[in-house]
Design a protein around this ligand. Structure first.
Ligand code: ADP
Ligand code: MG
Length: 574
């Protein structure tokens, strides 16, 4: 509810606009609202998903022509024609979006631009339907929406609706997943997020918004020609989001209003408008990279306590996922070019035990972890969970099997809160469909409650609950390590794979981490602990494997390893 207040204030003020301005402002206001119907949806793609879709004017064009043609040539009801524009926009949105699954950022940006050019050219050439360069009339709304203020109110209502819907998505597991794909794609895979399905769904939604906006745009213009859909317009939409700030709704909403108003105030400077946009963009990028959203983020401007310490509560580990047996590696071989990173490794990681994996740098520890978590497919041998082989090269399947992991370099979403970063750990437990989340239906609300409770408990377990609301990029390195562990625990995993969790921690923190890991094993979780700190390994492990050049040098209890001559001389060095 608190989250809604700024929006209620803004839309409340917009409702009052007719009281103290003239018809001219009704048109400007309606334009801002219509643009927002598109930008609000596009924001999920660009601001949340980080996809450089710069040619969205194409979908506006499609929506505008669909609505106008259906009304002008077939006499369809104008409201229905907007809906038809939305359907066409949704389908086209998915088609334009699909290349994003394969192409890197800039190539994808170019394909969206290419699509925009094609749509405009078709609109020009297909004279019998679109009227070609002469154009055709846009849909006219019946009373009471036929006046300038009437249409303003109608567009405003749709803008408010898009705000609500996109905010529901942003604050759902779908929105968090989008941001995770943007900032930490490997982490997204590790928690089981399916990028193709998610992106396709979001492209569908934002395409529908753009299509509806197109119909409204045609009504606003009252007459459309292909020229009305300039590339400048597309850039304006995109810049509104950049100026507004990534991963925010209020920021781009304000950015959209500013960019709609700017030409009005800068009318005498119209020849300079491109220059003005460029200058504005440069200013934003250089002076406030977080955009308007960062300016409005008052909460994260409060200083954090300087001498905070991480005090885990190992007693709060809430149990573990169902065991499907041990993780077993059988004669795994994995070479990168000529380097045999793993060279015939056998290993068994049991639930309820801490299995240490040590060895010099480059001995294949991380690679072993990556084979288990599905990033690499071994060239020989196999990894099993119980009797079932773990699918190769499919990291997104591991979360559902109860296998969580952390990374040697923490993978975080810097601009999201610590709580959001941890909540994504249990993304796969969400039960509400995308549609249920869009409309904030009961199952979505139950999901959120469940995820928040789970994540808060994991944060309390690792001792970070006091920082739940803080933006993750404000945390210290050691806190990020514990945050990643909390993300893993949120899954209630059967196994957790920790890649050098003690790196960069103080002596005191390492001791607490040790207690926490022991408690995980006591609760039945199987822990694979890759570490350099021999003390920690010998203190808490049930079983230790020593790697050298991708081969097992020794394996056994800590006591066995400490007594192993080769290990002592080559590695422990005492
Ligand atoms: P550790 O984690 O034990 O320090 P790694 O498992 O990261 O070691 O690396 C083992 C060996 O494999 C090293 O020689 C490393 O250079 C090589 N290696 C790891 N990942 C890759 C990769 N993606 N491409 C090429 N070589 C790699
Ligand atoms: Mg490593």
């Amino acid at each position: 509810m608190q989250r809604a207040l700024p929006y209620l204030a803004l839309f409340g003020a917009a409702l009052l606009l007719p009281l103290f301005s003239n018809d001219y402002w009704a048109v400007i206001g309606a334009r801002a609202a219509v643009y927002w119907v598109l930008v609000g949806g596009l924001n999920l793609v660009v601001g949340y998903g980080g996809q450089l879709a710069i040619g969205y004017v194409a979908l506006l064009t499609l929506g505008a022509y669909t609505s106008s043609v259906l009304v002008a040539r077939f006499g369809l009801d104008p409201f229905l024609s907007y809906a038809a524009g939305g359907v066409v926009g949704a389908v086209a949105g998915v088609i334009v979006g699909l290349p994003a699954l394969r192409l890197r950022t800039f190539y994808f940006a170019m394909t969206t631009l290419g699509f925009a050019t094609i749509v405009t050219q078709v609109a020009l050439a297909w004279q019998s339907v679109t009227g070609g360069g002469i154009g055709l009339a846009g849909p006219e709304l019946p009373k009471p929406f036929d006046s300038q203020w009437g249409f303003y109110m109608f567009a405003l209502a749709l803008a408010a609706l898009v705000t609500w819907l996109s905010s529901n998505i942003a604050h759902s597991r779908f929105g968090r997943s989008l941001v995770t794909i943007r900032d930490a794609e490997v982490a997204a895979e590790a928690v089981g997020i399916s990028k193709p399905k998610l992106l396709a769904t979001v492209f569908l939604f934002s395409g529908a918004c753009a299509g509806v906006a197109g119909g409204l745009f045609a009504t606003l213009q009252s007459y459309i020609t292909p020229e009305a859909f300039s590339f400048d317009l597309s850039v304006t939409f995109f810049i509104a989001i950049l100026v507004g700030g990534r991963g925010s709704i209020m920021g781009p909403l304000i950015g959209n209003i500013i960019l709609t108003l700017l030409p009005e105030f800068a009318a005498p400077l119209v020849a300079w408008s491109t220059f003005l946009y460029a200058a504005l963009l440069l200013t934003i990028v250089l002076a406030m990279p977080g955009g308007i959203a960062a300016l409005l983020d008052f909460r994260n401007r409060r200083p954090l306590a300087a001498n905070r310490s991480i005090v885990p509560q190992p007693g709060r580990i809430s149990g573990h996922g169902t065991a499907r047996g041990d993780i077993v590696l059988k004669n795994v071989v994995l070479a990168f070019g000529g380097v045999r990173a793993i060279d015939g490794l056998d290993m068994t990681i049991r639930q309820g035990e801490v299995h240490g994996l040590i060895g010099p740098n480059g001995s294949g520890k991380t690679t072993t972890l990556n084979v288990i978590s599905g990033y690499y497919a071994p060239q020989e041998g196999e990894a099993f969970l119980g009797s079932a082989p773990l699918p190769h090269g499919a990291p997104q399947t591991r979360a559902a099997l109860g296998i969580a992991r952390t990374f040697q370099t923490p993978r975080l979403i810097g601009e999201a809160s610590v709580l959001d970063n941890v909540m994504i750990g249990a993304t796969i437990e969400g039960t509400a469909s995308f549609l249920e989340s869009v409309f904030c239906l009961p199952r979505h609300r139950a999901d959120e409650k469940h995820l928040i409770a789970r994540a808060m408990n994991a944060l309390a377990t690792v001792g970070l609950d006091a920082l739940a609301d803080v933006r993750a990029d404000r945390l210290q390195h050691s806190e990020l390590r514990f945050m990643e562990i909390a993300r893993g625990l949120t899954l209630n995993p059967a196994f957790i794979l920790l890649d050098e969790p003690a790196a960069g921690l103080s002596g005191e923190e390492i001791k607490r981490l040790g207690e926490l890991i022991k408690a995980m094993a006591r609760q039945g979780i199987g822990v694979l602990l890759v570490e350099h700190h021999a003390d920690l390994i010998f203190d808490i492990c049930d079983h230790v494997t020593v790697l050298n050049l991708g081969r097992e040098l020794a394996s056994g209890t800590p006591a066995d390893i400490r007594a192993h001559k080769e290990v002592v001389s080559a590695y422990l060095g005492a």
